[in-house]
Design a binder for this molecule. Sequence first.
Ligand code: CA
Length: 240
Amino acid sequence: MAKKTSSDKRINVLVVEDEESFIDALTIGLNREGFDVTIARDGQQAVSLFAKDTFDVVLLDLMLPKMSGLDVCRTIRVHSEVPIIIVSAKGEEVDMVLMLEIGADDYVTKPYRLRELVARIRAVLRRREVHETAFEVDEEITIGPIRMDIDARRCFVNGEEIKLRKKEFALLRLLLENPGRVLTREVLIDRVWGSDYVGDTKTLDVHIKRLRTLIEDEPKRPTHITTVRGVGYRFEATKP
Ligand code: CA
């Protein structure tokens, strides 16, 4: 069957799933859609396969033998930004905040339709591609009034340069790279300050506050960097 992706590269999917009935159907279905499928039947196998090979996307069941899907996700995220789609069983309590915190990109609930799953996979890949292209080709991010020149480490608001400190630059960049997406406090601290950061978490709020004074029309009523109460922050892709 003809591939539906525009590039020649086959997409490598790591499917972490312990139910045989799902494994067969998924493998056949995803192959037909032009994906290469590798199966891991438990959490430990998933981690060791991931360490050995390169995957474009991970489809991760939550309830797994030996190691839970959440722990697999955490382990992969220590070293990799690979898109991860969590698969949960119907009726299973899914904590969205927790999943975002540990770095999952999306989730689907069983039973799902293959078509839906494929659409989700393509969406996370596209999102990733957009970001990679932004670095490789332009090395520049422009959203709304903000333009960021990654290489030169310069940032402009409505054409006027603003001076950002290193962490502020990293933080704003991360937000701009994920427009419209909620980034949890943990993820922001992790990616900007490093996972071994042990300082005060108020540091994040101080940095957000300063960014707001630089980029918002009314820093006390922000329309670009908004607070998602109890979760984290989001860069609004479009101004309300
Ligand atoms: Ca399972």
